[in-house]
Ligand binder design. Structure first.
Ligand SMILES: [Zn+2]
Ligand SMILES: [Zn+2]
Ligand SMILES: [Zn+2]
Ligand SMILES: [Zn+2]
Length: 239
């Protein structure tokens, strides 16, 4: 931030802070003043580096020059972190195996993505192009069609190269999915079947209990196909 572009109120705060005996308080004052200035610049549509230029169309914070500098700095930091085996987001923890980020950073980023996705979905806005969406979809019909084509093309390409079409990372020797992805899908299917069975059993037990209590109260037992089926499900589970 060039001194020449500092507003008067900022220079005044800074010179007062210079004379402050309490250095911690002075640091805090200076930081808060710069934060306030950056906020003012941002609100005014100016580069927050205080260079006096308007912000670049691709950045709400910087002019074109400072945007490029920030990108370059970010990229150099990223490369350095990768080279040192550190997380590219926080740079303070080693990254996980097979990922460029550490577990806490990955979780935070996943949570953010999920939240954004859910908000868009709730508001019926396409997650790709921000157009209005009709129905229960996450994307508009145009983006859905595009994504279908892209997925199929990607899968064909992976298949041609003998790679797993799900993860795209493992050579499969001719099958569609690698061992790990196949196991994962099987496990998902198994869990879904288990859920279905549990759901079925719960419904059957509820029906049988209702009929039993009706019989207890009225002395009349309604035995129909529905009841017999439910009874069979419950009995099968009991043995
Ligand atoms: Zn600038
Ligand atoms: Zn991290
Ligand atoms: Zn769209
Ligand atoms: Zn795979």
């Amino acid at each position: 931030m060039g001194r020449s572009t500092w507003p008067t109120w900022l220079t005044e705060i800074l010179s007062a802070a210079e004379k402050d005996e309490d250095r911690d308080r002075a640091t805090f004052t200076v930081n808060s003043a710069f934060t306030r200035w950056r906020e003012e610049l941002k609100a005014a549509g100016m580069c927050t580096q205080g260079c006096g230029k308007p912000h670049y169309e691709k950045s709400s914070l910087f002019c074109e020059e400072h945007h490029m500098k920030a990108l370059f700095r970010g990229d150099r930091r990223r490369q350095r972190n990768i080279a040192n085996g550190m997380c590219t987001t926080c740079g303070t923890r080693p990254h996980d195996e097979g990922r460029r980020v550490c577990t806490p950073c990955a979780e935070r980023s996943n949570a953010r993505c999920k939240k954004r996705y859910e908000t868009l979905r709730e508001n019926k806005v396409c997650s790709q192009c921000r157009a209005a969406v009709s129905g229960r979809f996450a994307m508009c019909s145009g983006c859905r069609a595009k994504s279908r084509v892209a997925t199929t093309e990607r899968q064909h390409d992976l298949r041609d190269r003998g790679m797993c079409v799900a993860c795209g990372k493992v050579e499969t020797g001719g099958t569609r999915y690698c061992r790990a992805c196949n196991d994962r899908f099987n496990e998902q299917r198994r869990a879904a079947r288990k859920r279905d069975r549990e759901e079925e059993l719960r419904a059957a037990m509820k029906l049988v209990l209702e009929r039993e209590s009706e019989y207890f109260e009225t002395g009349v037992k309604i035995v129909d196909a529905e009841y017999l089926e439910a009874k069979e499900i419950v009995m099968k589970k009991a043995v």
